[in-house]
Design a protein around this ligand. Structure first.
Ligand code: NAP
Length: 325
């Protein structure tokens, strides 16, 4: 089997960092592409687009060197539910630039592209319970609409690039050590941080809102299993939901924290227009590739404990950012 050269975009983020960790454990078959010390200047659109172009050319040169296949994993994106349409469109523009350049630089060498999409975002208010890959997409936020647009862009691009297999990963709610604390995403990280700073937890959706929380490391490992399986023996464009199978309400999360941190978080429930973009119930069941070994499942209580311990260590070093009031 030829060795796969893998480029993770968004490698400093929650998903990207855990994916890099999982990839590094399979050094015999996988080489993680070293992008160098400097990051992509995401906040400067012209410079970031230019940097993407340069990087694709460098990546292509390295992929062509030796008997290798290539994979590009798009785990980038700062958007969340509530993000402005223009910001989300800017992220998609980066994704389009990436695909265009890949098509130009690697038109023949077999490769794979993974897109980290959002299950909650694209299914929105679809009434199915559980939601499966055959459920209808019904986004209710610009974030969800933008993810769906990226999925379609990738699908259309793939039709013109028969050397590439694609995996669209519709991911449930990720959590784990390393969550971006500057982002309005990640309720588990938010509750944990509020507890340590003795600040109230602000919640703007109903306490019976049901979510599937997926530990980032479990997600990364299962993505890797699927990435290896993808395109064998024939090229394919696959769409799959990544979820934990364990759903809980927000009230259930708060109770779990009360047990772990031995204290009840103070809760402030407030209305916010963003709540209209949040589906009440999200429960998933993937029916794609049922024959794959069952993915690792970190128990929610154990995962919450890991996040909280990680935050506690940061807090004790004075490195846990306070919450914006
Ligand atoms: N977190 C979730 O619950 C969840 C659920 C489903 C899907 N997703 C999707 O999965 C992907 C990764 O999520 P995450 O939670 O790991 O995100 P994250 O921790 O915020 O990391 C995202 C990465 O995106 C890059 N980035 C920053 N600003 C950007 C911009 N303006 N445009 C494009 N990229 C930018 C950065 O990459 P560098 O490290 O290169 O600077 C950053 O580390 C995102 O597309 C997200 O929408 C997330």
């Amino acid at each position: 089997m030829s060795r796969m050269l893998v480029w993770v975009l968004g490698a400093g983020g929650l998903l990207g960092s855990h994916l890099k960790g999982a990839l590094a454990q399979d050094a015999q078959n996988i080489q993680v592409w070293d992008t160098g010390l400097t990051g992509i200047p995401w906040r400067e659109p012209a410079a970031a687009a230019q940097e993407l172009t340069v990087r694709v050319a460098r990546f292509a040169r390295e992929a062509r060197h030796g008997d290798r296949t290539w994979s590009v994993l798009w785990c980038a994106g700062a958007g969340v539910i509530g993000s402005h349409f223009e910001d989300l469109a800017g992220e998609s523009a980066y994704f389009i630039r990436l695909l265009e350049q890949l098509g130009r630089e690697l038109p023949d060498l077999p490769g794979k592209v993974l897109l980290a999409s959002s299950a909650g975002g694209v299914y929105g208010n679809c009434p199915d319970h559980p939601l499966t890959e055959t459920s209808a997409c019904s986004p209710i936020s610009d974030y969800g609409l933008n993810k769906l647009r990226q999925e379609r862009l990738l699908f259309e691009w793939a039709q013109a690039h028969p050397n590439v297999s694609t995996l669209t990963a519709r991911i449930s709610n990720l959590y784990g050590p390393g969550q971006n604390l500057g982002k309005a995403q990640g309720l588990i990280a938010h509750i944990s941080r509020s507890l340590l700073h003795r600040a109230p937890v602000r919640i703007y959706v109903p306490l019976d809102t049901l979510r599937d929380y997926l530990f980032a490391d479990d997600c990364a490992r299962h993505l890797l299993v699927c990435l290896k399986r993808l395109g064998t023996p024939v090229r394919e464009n696959l769409l799959k939901i990544f979820h934990s199978g364990e759903t809980t309400t927000i009230a259930g999360l708060i109770a779990a924290f009360a047990r772990i941190a031995k204290g009840h978080p103070r809760i402030i429930c407030s209305a916010d227009t963003a709540r209209l973009q949040q589906p009440l119930r999200l429960q998933f069941k993937s029916t794609v590739w049922p024959e794959l070994p069952a993915p690792a499942r970190t128990d929610l209580a154990v995962g919450i404990q890991r996040v909280h311990s990680h935050h506690l260590a940061l807090f004790q070093q004075g490195l846990l950012p306070p919450l914006a009031l």
